[in-house]
Design a binder for this molecule. Structure first.
Ligand SMILES: Nc1ncnc2c1ncn2[C@@H]1O[C@H](COP(=O)(O)OP(=O)(O)OP(=O)(O)O)[C@@H](O)[C@H]1O
Ligand SMILES: [Mg+2]
Length: 381
């Protein structure tokens, strides 16, 4: 597969030729492209190269880009190894520094080091869901995103119900579990792969589940234990989805390993305001590029519409999960997440959300009736 590399700099045919010779597709970027991508869920490239030979000045948005896309390795090309620039590069999270002119072998070695480091890097992606108020649909979103990710990565997804007691993700997945996060949080000193796996159950829908306990946890849970649990989960699973309790400060303070936090709102004024407060707090604590707001049970005919919510929360809403109580309730009552079927707009919207979080290309959304009238008339789908 061709790998694409974004090249920020004045442009140099010889350098471009070397990269093409190694199978890279080159995407020339200006600094504003880097700034733009720092705000996007997808980097759209697999590597980034900064050519600072003409001017050893780091783009202001490099740090934000690195935070947003930690899996994209960054090369630096310089004409001299100036210690001040090197220090800045280290601070900005640059992975490889190449002093120009360099040979094909030097470039190959740098690419090899980066690719090997990336492929062996511990840590799957962690996505967290948080309802702005009770009953808005946070667990529904978490369960269905986990289910869709498990379709993409069978055996590689863990859903953690981080309600310290009486969470209901297990009900949504018709799962019964002897163990729970209580066992994990009480034993963070021995959370290796075997122990963690022994606490999880495999669900019919695909994701494994680390359930919420049906008892109160005996010890005091602090943010450190929550963080350790999330890190352990991310070491062993490609994707970890968290269903969070908004009332627990220890949980909300332990989210450093989380890549994206999704605040679920609806169209009630009080909930929209609560979503704004919650998103603001998370923005301040973890950086606004990690926080997004989605609206569940969306009804385009309601008094408060997408634009109103965007005005209050101060950010674009890219995910509207349509209101479909019958389908949502049936999925809940049968313990069969609605993302397992492709037949409804709600399932389609939840899948799109999962795909955006995982940065994978989305299948075209299904039409509500599966096949169009035109398709049925002509026999084409
Ligand atoms: N898009 C939707 N359209 C209609 N009903 C929905 C939708 N999403 C969820 N529901 C329903 O809303 C109810 C609450 O959903 P859910 O448990 O996901 O909310 P929650 O935010 O996790 O609640 P809690 O605060 O209790 O954790 C359920 O009956 C669910 O089936
Ligand atoms: Mg819930």
């Amino acid at each position: 597969m061709t790998q694409s590399i974004a090249l920020v700099g004045p442009g140099d045919r010889q350098l471009e030729q070397m990269l093409r010779g190694r199978g890279f597709a080159i995407v020339p970027w200006l600094e504003r492209d880097l700034a733009f991508r720092s705000q996007q869920a997808s980097a759209s490239v697999q590597f980034l190269m900064l050519d600072l030979r003409a001017e050893p000045r780091f783009p202001a948005s490099l740090e934000a880009f690195r935070r947003q896309h930690p899996s994209v390795p960054v090369f630096l090309v310089v004409s001299t190894l100036d210690p001040a620039v090197m220090l800045q590069a280290m601070r900005a999270g640059v992975h490889e520094c190449l002093q120009y002119p360099f040979s094909d072998a030097d470039l190959d070695a740098a690419i090899f080091r980066l690719t090997a480091a990336r492929d062996s890097a511990p840590g799957g992606d962690v996505f967290a869901f948080l309802g702005a108020k009770g009953g808005v649909g946070a667990t529904t979103a978490a369960v269905n995103v986990a289910t869709e990710l498990a379709r993409l990565k069978p055996g590689g997804v863990l859903l953690v119900d981080l309600h310290l007691a009486y969470g209901d993700a297990a009900v949504y997945l018709a799962a019964e579990s002897k163990f729970s996060i209580a066992d994990a949080l009480e034993n963070t000193h021995r959370l290796d792969s075997a122990f963690l796996k022994s606490l999880c159950v495999r669900t019919k829908a695909g994701p494994e589940l680390l359930a919420s306990p049906d008892r109160n946890i005996t010890l005091h849970v602090d943010a450190g234990r929550v963080r350790t649990l999330i890190e352990a989960a991310a070491r062993h699973y490609r994707y970890v989805v968290l269903d969070l309790c908004r009332h627990d400060p220890a949980v909300l303070d332990g989210l450093d390993p989380v890549r994206k936090m999704v605040v679920i709102a609806n169209q009630e004024l009080a909930t929209v305001r609560a979503a704004n407060r919650m998103a603001t707090t998370l923005n301040q604590r973890y950086g606004k590029e990690r926080v997004l707001v989605a609206v569940s049970r969306y009804d385009p005919n309601a008094g408060i519409v997408q634009e109103d919510i965007e005005r209050v929360v101060g950010t674009k809403i890219r995910h509207l999960l349509p209101s479909d109580y019958r389908v949502a309730l049936e999925a809940l009552n049968t313990g069969r997440p609605l993302a397992l079927s492709n037949q409804t707009k709600l399932a389609g919207a939840l899948k799109v959300l999962a795909h955006e979080l995982a940065e994978v290309t989305t299948d075209p959304p299904p039409s509500a009736s599966g096949r169009s009238i035109f398709g049925r008339l002509t026999g084409r789908s």
